[in-house]
Design a binder for this molecule. Structure first.
Ligand code: ZN
Ligand code: ZN
Length: 355
């Protein structure tokens, strides 16, 4: 099979740079795809710089992948050459533990295989992600992409989209669960606003920056609350059925907990470097409120999310970049200087490699 061109970090200190590798031979159920677009997730940066202390170098990041099938293994049933497909954060799991049996591969009790920096279950080879011209993935972990959506804006659905969709579904957000808060308007938060709005909820965006009020409303928020303003916050006390907190920076959870109704829940999906201070227990006890976490979504639910986004015309708001702009994009991402996700046009990598 042809050499795959990619961008990799060689160690925690070096920038991403061109890197070629030989992909695996197609197995019976494999799908080979030509990568068209790949979203840039904050996890990519954490992994490239070994901030989670588990990176195996060289690392080829990227787990928000959209592409087209170029070859399939002899027993592949779900996909054929030419199909539009996606790959998210996982490329395999044990497939036999209770979580896998329930279609919750993201909670695989033996650990799912990450799309990059994971270990192939057959060979132990390290997996390489979507900052690549091509990928080879088992069909069970490949998603079908609705044909009606703008492809570059679909890529972030594979991580940011499912990370917000899954808890909104789990906590039954919809016309029945009417008042929903989304904390933070970044890559995750802007997807949360769009999806909760499409599910029929009354959506309230919480942000610290007044400059985001207008954009929040454009994206589907019915109201925007400046979370630094205690009076504005107090107006919403005891009124929320559910709050999705997407903020990855350490912060006080109490001001949000007191906004929940009896039995209300706040789910955390942002991964902070330092833990939030422990919330006041009385705030939870007196109204049977709860706090929980959530990690991406299973393969079946990811497909459901993509179909939902197809029906409702939902994509991510993105800034398209060329592959060689990735290092600059990381620096801008650190300053939250992106609306709301960078997506790499992988054709620029293909052309660069051909030149
Ligand atoms: Zn991600
Ligand atoms: Zn499992």
């Amino acid at each position: 099979m042809n050499i795959t061109h990619a961008y990799a970090a060689q160690d925690a200190k070096s920038k991403l740079a061109p890197f070629d590798y030989q992909p695996r031979e197609l197995r019976a159920h494999d799908v080979q795809l030509e990568v068209l677009f790949c979203g840039v997730c904050h996890s990519d940066l954490h992994q490239a710089r070994n901030e989670w202390k588990n990176t195996i170098f060289p690392v080829v990041p990227g787990h928000e992948v959209v592409g087209r099938v170029t070859a399939v293994g002899p027993e592949t049933q779900k996909y054929k050459v030419g199909d539009l497909v996606g790959v998210g954060c996982m490329v395999d799991s044990c497939r036999s533990c209770p979580s896998c049996q329930e279609g919750l591969e993201q909670y695989c009790e033996n650990g799912f295989v990450g799309t990059y920096n994971g270990e192939d279950r057959e060979t132990g080879a390290i997996t390489y992600g979507g900052y690549s011209t091509a990928m080879v993935v088992d069909e069970s972990f490949v998603l079908r992409i609705p044909e009606n959506l703008q492809l570059a804006g679909v890529a972030p659905l594979l991580c940011a989209g499912i990370t917000t969709y899954s808890p909104l579904r789990h906590w039954n957000v919809g016309p029945g669960k009417k008042k929903v808060g989304i904390v933070g308007l970044g890559g995750l938060g802007h997807m949360g606003v769009k999806i909760a709005h499409a599910m029929g909820a009354h959506v309230v965006l919480f942000t610290t920056s007044p400059s985001k009020i207008e954009d929040g409303k454009r994206l589907g928020a019915d109201e925007v609350v400046i979370s630094k303003d205690p009076e504005h916050m107090a107006q919403h006390a005891n009124s929320f059925d559910f709050i999705l907190n997407t903020v990855a920076a350490q912060h006080d959870l109490n001001p949000f907990i007191t906004l929940l109704k009896r039995d209300g829940n706040m789910t955390l999906v942002g991964a902070p470097e330092h833990d939030h201070p422990a919330p006041q227990v009385f705030n939870l006890i007196f109204k049977r409120r709860s706090i929980s976490g959530s990690l991406i979504g299973g393969i079946a639910e990811t497909q459901e999310m993509l179909d939902f986004c197809g029906e409702h015309g939902i994509t991510s708001d993105i800034e398209l970049i060329a592959m060689d702009q990735i290092n600059e994009a990381y620096e801008r991402m650190l300053k939250s200087d992106v609306k709301y996700r960078f997506v790499i046009d992988i054709n620029t990598l293909r052309n660069q490699s051909a030149a």
